[in-house]
Structures are given as structure tokens and as C-alpha cells.
Write a protein that binds this ligand. Sequence first.
Ligand code: SF4
Ligand code: SF4
Length: 247
Amino acid sequence: MSHSHTTRVQQFIGDPVSDNPPVDREELKEIFKDIQSDIRYDHELNGCLNCGICTATCPAAHYYDFSPREIVQLLWTENLEGIYDAMQEKIWACAQCYTCAARCPFGNSPGGLIMLMRETAIKHGMESAKNVLRPFSRVMLKLISTGNQLSPDMITADGFADWGPNVSKIDAPLDVLRKAIPLPTLHTTKTAWEVNLKTSVELYTIWEETGVLDQLETIDENLFDVILDIMDEKREDLEDWNDEQDD
Ligand code: SF4
Ligand code: SF4
């Protein structure tokens, strides 16, 4: 007589309320391998007592259905389905404050491990990563193209409705206010400070060499194209400037 067996190891993992196709076990293994093979992994996971000190001190755990203890346990027990499941939503609740790392008796860094899981989610183009990063496309554009995260002209009441009514006070004549700052490099509104052309181009090399641009292409191809155009333009400007100096 034959019996059907159910084991803890599932062949596929799917989301019953989504149209996305189930993910097969090979991909789950690949995702875990990417997390585990990062050079930081062995420094950030030394074992886990399941004591819950990290969760007790975690600010995000107070507000969300999220527990660093649970995430660390998933990694420590190599629960591939659970790891993939946590990467759909839970890992994005972490505020990266690293209180957990300061308190863990094993010297683990749950926040650091979560960062590795986030980077892997981006590398694999997971929908969760795209959804989380989509509202930040303007910030990413500014950061990658200029090295500045927020610029004065982005701080408007419209852009930051959740900052409350006082944000309108800096909706004043911004260019005049900025010119009142003693440092000339801060007399800008489109960037937080004036970025030297050569510095910008050097920054682009760093983005390329460290794989930041590859990651961006995976999660937002349109933004990637826009940034590539900006980079080409700035590189040409620098070449022209260098030619002028030679003449
Ligand atoms: S504090 Fe450290 S040992 Fe305790 S549950 Fe968290 S990660 Fe595990
Ligand atoms: S780094 Fe993340 S997991 Fe750790 S305490 Fe802060 S919010 Fe919680």
C-alpha cells in the first residue's frame, strides 16, 4: 500500500494569492548560496541561541510583524523556503539601526544578515525589492548621478506631505536662502553641494566597479537608462574640459 509523504522540504514554493509561478528548489538554493557566500556572512552569523534578545530590543519588531530572531533562525537552520518567504516582505521592515548586533550574546548581526538578504533580493530582481525601491527612484537618480542624496529643491511640501505643515517654511526663496550660507559650494539648489565634474566621473567608475549599476538595471531598467545617459554626458563634458586645458 502506498502512502503519500509530506516532508518539510518542499519541491516548489508558491504564493496562493499571486499569479507568479512557483519557485523551484534550485532557485531557492541559488538564493541561499548568494547570501551565504558573501564574505560578511560568517562574521555576522556565529550561531543562535534563539534567545530573542535581538527581537526584544528591535524597534521595527514593535511596529511590524517582524522578528530578527526569526530571520536569524531561518538562516541558521538553512530553511530555504522560510528564507525566501521572509524576503518577500519581512526583511524590508528592518530599520538598519543595529541595536540587535550590539545586544546579541553570540555576536551575531541580524541587521547585517538582513542587509545581505536585501542585496540578494535585488540581485535576483525580486518583486519585493522592486516594490520597496520604486518610491525612491528620484532619490536614487540624484544619488547615483550626483553623489548627493537629497537636494534642497526636493524638499517641498508636495514631496514630503508626511513631514507635516512646517515643511512649507523652507518652501521660501530657496536660492536666496542658499546663497546666505558662507560656503560657496553650498550655493546650489539642484544638489546639496556642488560636485566637481571629475569627482562625478570618478563616482560613476565606483558605481560600475562595485556592481551598483548592474543591480539598478535588474530592478529598474528605465532609471538605469536615464542614469547611463547622464553619465555619458558628464564624461563627455569632462573630456571637453580636459581638451580645453591642453589647448
Ligand atoms: S540575540 Fe542572537 S542568539 Fe539571541 S535570538 Fe537573536 S540572533 Fe539568536
Ligand atoms: S538592525 Fe534591524 S533587526 Fe536589528 S534592531 Fe535594528 S531594526 Fe531590528
